[in-house]
Design a binder for this molecule. Structure first.
Ligand code: BES
Ligand code: MN
Ligand code: ZN
Length: 491
């Protein structure tokens, strides 16, 4: 997708040569003159159009204009959500036509609106083709954002371009079926990202993982014919002394449940169980575009969770890299088993914060549905920063509790901890399990089981929470923090 930015008033828009001109109209629309204003007034008077959010009206070859198609798209009271809805419905209408260059005339060049509009347009124009060549790539290849003052919007536009590219990458890898997105292929994608300046990537295999003592991660992978990969991405945008943010993404490329096998119906959706990993890749793609002055490390434990003669069995006890032993009561609670070793590994970077992102529990989908990701955090400032980043980018999360009482059910007679408790508060007990491995740094956990993909007719990855992660990271620019260990030493 090619994103462009230009200064565009309504008067300029009226003479613009483009395949489709989308004009966003809010209920607070100031009265103007000119052809577009006249057409709008007529449409409103006739009752065919009202600027409520998501309402759309299309003209084909409107006389007096140079565009092939004109769409008025209502943005209601003009909130970012309404802008998103307006752009989504307008692009969906245009997508059915032969238009390839689409221009969106925005009234408001406020950064969140610009980014949200660009993201909505790119999302609506996206077509998955990797294993479906008959789908044909999207006809919409150029999206031009028209704003009151392009110069003033250039920083916001850079953010929009980076986020759109990051979300696209996350969606693409999320959508690929498990046989086209193996741990090896994810590692290759990470290596490809490392070709950008300031980025590097290291991939560890089974030998190195065992040498590190990651017995929990290795155990999940042990029945799979696909070799595990532990991917380490490093983005160095700031001085070496500045403590990095570490992002940890769950990279289960397929989750059968293992010996605690999942039921057949809908199991195909467990190809999305690497969407946490995909969001880390997407965030690094965005960093490569924006080159902000922050340091970020990305960790992706990647493997399949399979049944078989070599598989983990309920009751097996494994030893994690932290030294804690874990009794596996349910082999389907595998995400936490690969993440715990990655969290222990994160400590070596003396991070300012560690954020893991995981399609961790069906219980989180029951709790929060598909709107907000579950946010757990041991650090108030980090929690607030992530919540705020989610609101800014419309990639929402909701704070969940970490009371010690929730850890009660994880007690085991045969190991330091069990990998599951009973069904109650399943998303919280999973977070409590992870917390045991995250005591050495400010830590947050995003359970994206309900937000990383859509089911049904619109089945597909969403690219979330790349927007929230990117907004969070961009807000860290200039907030120099030395390593957490030295900071702690001072206090
Ligand atoms: N990947 C799943 C979580 C999941 C399930 C995400 C459904 C989205 C939709 C995870 O590995 C899992 O299987 N979790 C179990 C945990 C349980 C065994 C404690 C679950 O949620 O059922
Ligand atoms: Mn599972
Ligand atoms: Zn899983």
């Amino acid at each position: 997708m090619n994103l462009e930015l230009q200064t565009l008033t309504w008067a300029q828009a009226a003479s613009l040569h483009t395949d489709a001109l989308i004009v966003l109209v809010s209920q607070k629309q100031a009265k103007t003159t000119g052809l577009l204003a006249t057409m709008l007034a007529q449409a409103e008077k006739s009752g065919d159009f009202a600027p409520t959010a998501g309402q759309c009206m299309l003209w084909w070859k409107p006389p007096g204009l140079n565009t092939q198609r004109l769409l008025f798209a209502g943005t209601g009271s003009g909130r970012a959500q309404d802008v998103r809805q307006a752009v989504t419905s307008a692009i969906q209408a245009v997508k059915k036509s032969k238009a390839s260059k689409v221009t969106i005339c925005l009234q408001d060049s406020h950064e969140p609106h610009l980014v949200v509009a660009a993201q909505a347009a790119a999302d609506a124009a996206y077509v998955y083709t990797a294993t479906k060549p008959s789908a044909k790539a999207s006809l919409i290849t150029r999206i031009c954002l028209g704003v009151p003052d392009a110069k003033r919007s250039s920083a916001s536009f850079a953010m929009a371009k980076a986020q759109v590219a990051g979300v696209a990458l996350a969606r693409e890898w999320g959508n690929r079926p498990a046989n086209h997105a193996t741990p090896e292929l994810l590692a290759k994608a990470a290596k490809a990202l490392a070709k950008h300046p300031k980025l590097s990537c290291e991939v560890l295999g089974l030998k190195e993982v065992l040498r590190l003592g990651m017995g929990s991660f290795a155990a999940v992978a042990q029945a799979s014919a696909q070799p595990l990969k532990f991917i380490v991405l490093n983005y160095k945008g700031a001085a070496a002394a500045q403590a990095p943010v570490v992002l940890v993404g769950k990279g289960i490329t397929f989750d059968t449940g293992g010996i605690s096998l999942k039921p057949g119906p809908g199991m195909d959706e467990m190809k999305f169980d690497m969407c946490g990993a995909a969001s880390v890749l997407g965030t690094f793609e965005a960093l490569a575009h924006l080159k902000p002055a922050v340091n970020v490390v990305g960790l992706i434990p990647a493997c399949e969770n399979m049944p078989g003669g070599k598989a983990l069995k309920p009751g097996d006890v494994v030893t994690s890299m932290s030294g804690q032993t874990i009794e596996i009561l349910n082999t389907d609670a595998e995400g936490r088993l690969i993440l715990c070793d990655a969290l222990t590994y994160a400590k070596r970077f003396k991070p300012s914060a560690v954020i893991d992102i995981a399609t961790l529990t069906g219980a989180c989908v029951i709790a929060l549905g598909h709107l907000r990701s579950g946010l757990y955090a041991t650090d108030e400032a980090l929690a607030k920063q992530l919540l705020d980043a989610g609101e800014r980018s419309l990639d929402l999360c909701w704070r969940m509790p970490l009371d010690e009482e929730y850890a009660e059910g994880l007690k085991s007679n045969f190991a330091d901890v069990a990998n599951v408790a009973d069904r109650a508060a399943g998303s919280v007990t999973a977070a409590k399990f992870l917390q045991r491995f995250a005591n050495d740094f400010p830590w947050a956990h995003l359970d994206i089981a309900g937000t990383a993909w859509k089911s049904g007719a619109a089945k597909g990855a969403t690219g979330r929470p790349v927007p929230a992660l990117l907004s969070y990271l961009m807000a860290q620019v200039g907030k120099a923090t030395s390593s957490s260990s030295s900071r702690r030493a001072k206090t």
